[in-house]
Design a binder for this molecule. Structure first.
Ligand SMILES: Nc1ncnc2c1ncn2[C@@H]1O[C@H](COP(=O)(O)OP(=O)(O)OP(=O)(O)O)[C@@H](O)[C@H]1O
Ligand SMILES: [Mg+2]
Length: 426
């Protein structure tokens, strides 16, 4: 067991960035990059840094995470069958599974549906993203608005994450891929408040965490539309002591990443606040942060919608037509103002996530001026993932944390579309 744990938490040689086509190929550069990769891993493991192997084993044992074997997960997902696939992102395919005493005799785990996310060995992510997820979600952070990690599998080359199953899938699916129905206003607000609480919790943690990849596809929904954040592969500890920011290679998703982060690589919790503003805007408008199918300025949601956000008299022009006007005008105006401040170009002028929660939560009660209209309920999400339109980007050269698996933009070219790191469908 101890040996297994140790091998799980040590960086794997085959996980080093040399495998990545965008990383240096000369031996010297490769060594440097590898060192950076190890540094990044240490940073991601945060408090685990100083733990001895024994302590690490005890910590993991007391975390309540279950260590699955591949054959247990094969049984849980009907042999990782195609019909069990519920999605696929940069990490790899995600399967729906079911665990009970028949599959895990004597484990003590409740019978439950789970989402089983398998690392794609050919994909852009690797052991360090897997490890960051295990450390953050499994060992450090527990909150009603963070998706729960049930366990993990680290057997041979397999790196698998087992989560609680979120019955309604991702917010991205409901906003942009469900053509049959539209989320009602009250549900959108509930999601906005839940996701804000999740981010506020991360920013206020004993060791603050910057999430770095806040976007609609990483917000998962329970059957009652409780929002939970998933995907901590890019999460990073916030600045310590007198530092005002963390310097990192810029990673995140085009259309959501804060402009100053793209330009400078300086990461603060206010970068997450900007991304939150983008998602809030998506909830209000029903439009994606970047949509190449639209004309000119409309391709970039922030550029197009920002001028309307402070104008209650004109706000209806950018509100989602799918709402059919069934929302409180005053609540919408207040939510739009929150989005506006979150998207402020000066990071310090953006609110803290706790303030965002305090501003948005009262809007849940504002139903007075919602016009009577048809209530639209969304159907259960379809089981198969459609294409994910977001493009993951990396900007600038290597800095503190290496890890070159995503798209690269020259630093300072924040307004330009990134090269796409992977084809995720048309
Ligand atoms: N715990 C879960 N419960 C239910 N469905 C899930 C769960 N985790 C992931 N999914 C589904 O799998 C899809 C893919 O998730 P994943 O996080 O791997 O990729 P992504 O968010 O689309 O892209 P990226 O790699 O950029 O994060 C999600 O959109 C969702 O539909
Ligand atoms: Mg995701």
């Amino acid at each position: 067991m101890r040996a297994l744990l140790f091998s799980c938490f040590a960086p794997r040689a085959d996980d080093s960035p040399e495998q990545d086509s965008k990383t240096p190929t000369t031996p010297a550069a490769a060594t440097t990059t590898k060192k950076k990769s190890v540094r990044r891993l240490r940073s991601a493991t945060g408090r685990l840094r100083s733990l001895s192997l024994d302590d690490l084993s005890r910590t993991l044992a007391s975390s309540g995470l279950h260590a699955f074997t591949v054959s247990e997960l094969r049984a849980a997902t009907r042999g990782f069958s195609g019909s069990s696939v519920i999605g696929e992102g940069g990490f790899g395919p995600v399967y729906k599974g079911f665990i009970d005493d028949r599959i895990l005799p004597g484990s003590g785990l409740e019978p439950q549906q789970v989402a089983v996310k398998c690392l794609d060995a050919e994909g852009p992510q690797g052991h360090r993203e897997w490890l960051a997820e295990v450390v953050y979600l499994g060992m450090q952070l527990r909150h009603p608005h963070l998706v729960k990690l049930v366990g993990y599998c680290c057997q041979d080359h397999h790196r698998i994450l087992v989560y609680e199953y979120m019955a309604r899938g991702s917010l991205e699916h409901h906003l942009f891929k469900n053509l049959l129905s539209s989320l009602p206003w009250a549900t959108r607000l509930k999601i906005a408040v839940g996701a804000a609480k999740g981010l506020a919790f991360l920013h206020e943690a004993e060791t603050p965490v910057i999430y770095r990849d806040f976007k609609a596809s990483n917000i998962l929904l329970e059957s009652d539309y409780t929002a939970k954040l998933s995907d901590f592969g890019l999460a990073k500890e916030g600045p310590q002591g007198d530092d005002t920011h963390v310097s990192t290679r810029v990673m995140g998703t085009h259309g959501y990443a804060a402009p100053e982060y793209i330009l400078t690589g300086h990461l603060t919790s206010r970068s997450d606040v900007y991304s939150y503003g983008v998602v809030l805007l998506e909830l209000l408008t029903g439009r994606q942060s970047v949509d190449r199918r639209r004309r000119g300025r409309e391709q970039n949601l922030v550029d197009w919608a920002r001028p309307y956000l402070r104008r209650p008299d004109k706000l209806h022009r950018v509100m989602d037509p799918g709402l059919e006007g069934s929302y409180s005008d005053s609540a919408a105006a207040k939510a739009a103002m929150v989005a506006y401040t979150c998207l402020h170009s000066v990071p310090k002028s953006r609110p803290r996530m706790r303030e965002v929660v305090e501003l948005l939560e009262p809007l849940l009660e504002m139903r007075g001026d919602v016009p009577a209209g048809t209530f639209v309920y969304t159907a259960q999400p379809s089981v198969k993932k459609v294409q994910a339109p977001a493009v993951v980007v990396v900007v600038g050269d290597d800095k503190a944390d290496g890890g070159g698996d995503r798209c690269v933009l020259p630093r300072g070219a924040g307004g330009e579309p990134p090269r796409q790191s992977r084809d995720r469908g048309a």
